[in-house]
Write a protein that binds this ligand. Structure first.
Ligand code: SF4
Length: 247
């Protein structure tokens, strides 16, 4: 079986598996671009469980793109308080203002235009374009790189941009018309709940087990291949805390 056939068959298995196994998450209730976008930005560097409450509070306070564009900075930072990486919310507002001025308040539906919005990289643009606008634009993050390298038993280093590019292109050719959004979410779900990063993947529960070459060849533990991390530098410092009464 060649790579294309292998991926096409895997896609069919994934699409059949996803509806019964998808977690019920607040941002999966609809395909509204503002909702998907907000959740993807919040989920960068933050766990799903931690994001749920923030996501709901944010939308209650700022229910649409126009409200986000107009929100005072103080309110934005308050809504984001505790999530960290505050540039994410500043960029959200910048992008909301871009949408108001450059797209008449309507979220653009093409990948290239989405990519031009502040704070939106290839992964987030791919996720929004496929989930909300049914475009064949894979959203390739660490989860998808791991799943791809295992299904294909590919021992290339996934930290290399050319490897990410190749996986993206291979996936693009098998994105199924009319089910692009579902495939993006199914791949995310498989990487988050079955073909997991830490510890052994749950191959027994995996819908693509029969096709996965790493599973067949027992190379799962070796994949994905990552670049060697820089050694941590340990610095010794002395810290003083000055107390004056309660201050
Ligand atoms: S069979 Fe195992 S290694 Fe292969 S994709 Fe499924 S969970 Fe990952």
């Amino acid at each position: 079986m060649n790579t294309n056939q292998l991926l096409s068959e895997s896609v069919e298995k994934l699409l059949a598996w996803y509806p019964a196994h998808a977690r019920d998450l607040p941002w999966r209730q609809d395909q509204e671009p503002y909702h998907v976008w907000l959740s993807e930005i919040m989920l960068q560097q933050t766990r799903v469980e931690a994001v749920k409450g923030y996501y709901q509070r944010f939308l209650q306070a700022l229910p649409d793109i126009a409200a986000l564009a107009d929100a005072p900075e103080e309110q934005l930072l308050k809504l984001w308080e505790g999530l960290g990486y505050y540039n994410r919310v500043r960029n959200l507002q910048k992008a909301a203002r871009q949408i108001m001025t450059e797209h008449s308040g309507v979220f653009p539906g093409e990948y290239a235009k989405i990519r031009k919005l502040s704070g939106i990289g290839p992964y987030t643009a791919g996720a929004i374009a496929s989930i909300c606008f049914e475009q064949p634009t894979p959203a390739v993050d660490g989860n998808v790189l791991r799943v791809m390298s295992r299904i294909l038993n590919d021992h290339s280093c996934v930290d290399l941009p050319k490897v990410k590019q190749r996986f993206t292109e291979q996936l693009t050719t098998v994105y199924p018309a009319g089910r692009c959004g579902m495939l993006t979410q199914a791949l995310m779900e498989l990487g988050a709940t079955v073909c997991v990063p830490n510890g052994a993947p749950r191959c027994d529960a995996c819908p693509v087990r029969e096709l996965c070459i790493a599973h067949e060849q027992q190379t799962v533990e070796q994949l994905p291949v990552r670049a060697e991390k820089k050694k941590r530098r340990i610095e010794h410092r002395t810290v003083f805390v000055f107390l004056c009464g309660d201050a």
